[in-house]
Design a binder for this molecule. Structure first.
Ligand SMILES: *Cc1c(COP(=O)(O)O)cnc(C)c1O
Length: 426
């Protein structure tokens, strides 16, 4: 499928007059249409709820859009909890799925009334202690089946190598301990594969979690209120991949639900999801300008964004499609490395990529960066965080996070006297 940016060259040039590149741009229309589809796909389940994974795109304006669809948030840290609180979420609007958790984070989560999802059995006494001996009525546990997670002929994930979740044995023990401590309602959670571009992942995961839920209920008597399928529903980063069809995925989950949970008398279990990438990924892009070209042993185009703005290519070798605005239909007869300016040779958004001839000043759109894009930014080489902008359905553009300035960068040196008289121009 051809990848088309959701802005034109003219729009980008207009935006650039007010907000210099690089910047992240999010497409409200795309976000909303997708959110509707997610709701519809799981409407068969009365208690269905999506808990948007805050870490994917921690912006209160975007989380507010999620909130309009009745979605909550999935948090893993103190500041993610604070962000959820700031947009008015509380109680069971918030899922706290964290690992290696500082005790005070449990306290904050419980203070907000969030559902705490235990990553490990050893967290139980730590959490209990910090909460003064009183655990919440509803709690969740994260399962890790170990081994490899296979689907069809392929290996989709490697749970046996992952640090998350409890073994089945620990899970049963955790449920019994929690019940003995007065916990009354339970959830079951697992995240076994990331960025699955397949309609089979959720149904397959759901099938095994539903069977486990039935077993847990029968053997411990625990009242299981929800099964949390977590994240992992992927998006097609390359033009060749077929996008997931969330309606087919929802139907697939319904089928196994009716095969396993309904006959076991558990037809009132709610389905929760914690999707991040699928909710935002395709509806955000990084907009950047070509500022340098270099010909040595290869052809390089230097842009004004760098891996500090978008880490995925450097970190995972991830593919992100690139469109040169205004040259969408030009012959892609040049081969470039598209680079940022970090002093790290992996700071390349594309390697040996066929693109149209690029001139200095051309505006490039780096696609599918709406999730795990901005949020994975950092300050290496003193690079500053870019702005985030929201393209509204009516075509207007709103600044939803301003770009960082040198003043922000130096703010944490306020303990260092010599800086206090220095002037930083914003
Ligand atoms: C990262 C994460 C998610 C979101 O994953 P996506 O692949 O973005 O959907 C959900 N839940 C937990 C616990 C996570 O760590």
């Amino acid at each position: 499928m051809q990848k088309k940016p959701f802005i034109t060259l003219e729009q980008a040039q207009e935006i650039k007059k007010t907000y210099p590149t690089p910047f992240y741009l999010y497409d409200e229309k795309g976000i909303r249409e997708n959110a509707e589809k997610v709701k519809k796909a799981f409407a068969w389940n009365k208690g269905f709820r999506e808990y948007f994974a805050v870490k994917a795109t921690p912006n209160p304006f975007l989380i507010n859009i999620m909130k309009e669809y009745g979605f909550g948030t999935d948090c893993s840290s103190m500041t993610e909890l604070m962000l959820s609180e700031a947009v008015g979420l509380s109680g069971h609007d918030i899922m706290f799925s964290s690992n290696d958790t500082p005790p005070e984070d449990f306290k904050k989560a419980a203070g907000l009334g969030a559902i705490i999802n235990f990553d490990d059995i050893t967290q139980i006494p730590i959490c209990e202690k910090v909460l003064g001996g009183k655990l919440p009525e509803t709690m969740c546990c994260r399962f890790n089946p170990g081994g490899v997670f296979r689907m069809g002929n392929g290996i989709m994930g490697n749970p046996g190598d992952s640090k998350y979740g409890m073994t089945e044995e620990q899970l049963f023990e955790a449920f019994r301990i929690l019940m003995s401590k007065g916990v009354r309602h339970f959830g079951l959670h697992a995240f076994l594969a990331s960025n699955t571009v397949s309609n089979e992942y959720y149904p397959k995961l759901a099938g095994s979690l539903f069977e486990l839920a039935v077993k847990l209920h029968r053997e411990t008597g625990a009242d299981i209120r929800f099964v949390n399928l977590s994240g992992g529903v992927g998006i097609p980063y390359t033009p060749e991949e077929e996008p997931n069809d969330i309606e087919v995925i929802g139907e697939g989950v319904r089928k196994v639900y009716e095969e396993i949970l309904t006959p076991a008398g558990m037809g009132d279990v709610s389905i929760y999801t914690e999707m991040g990438r699928f909710m935002m990924g395709p509806y955000g892009c990084l907009v950047t300008t070509a500022i340098n070209q270099k010909h040595t042993y290869k052809e390089y185009i230097g842009v004004d964004a760098c891996a500090a703005n978008l880490m995925r290519p450097a970190m995972y070798g991830a593919y992100h499609h690139i469109t040169v605005l205004g040259k969408e239909d030009a012959l892609h007869d040049h081969t470039y490395d598209v680079t940022g300016g970090l002093c790290e040779n992996n700071d390349k958004f594309a390697i040996d990529r066929a693109l149209p001839p690029i001139d200095m000043g051309d505006i490039l759109v780096i696609h599918d960066t709406g999730a795990h894009g901005f949020s994975m930014g950092y300050n290496y080489n003193g690079r500053l965080w870019s702005a985030e902008l929201l393209l509204h359905t009516d075509g207007s553009v709103q600044l939803i996070r301003r770009a960082e300035t040198p003043r922000d960068y130096f703010a944490t040196f306020d303990c260092f006297d010599i800086l206090k008289d220095m002037k930083y121009d914003d």
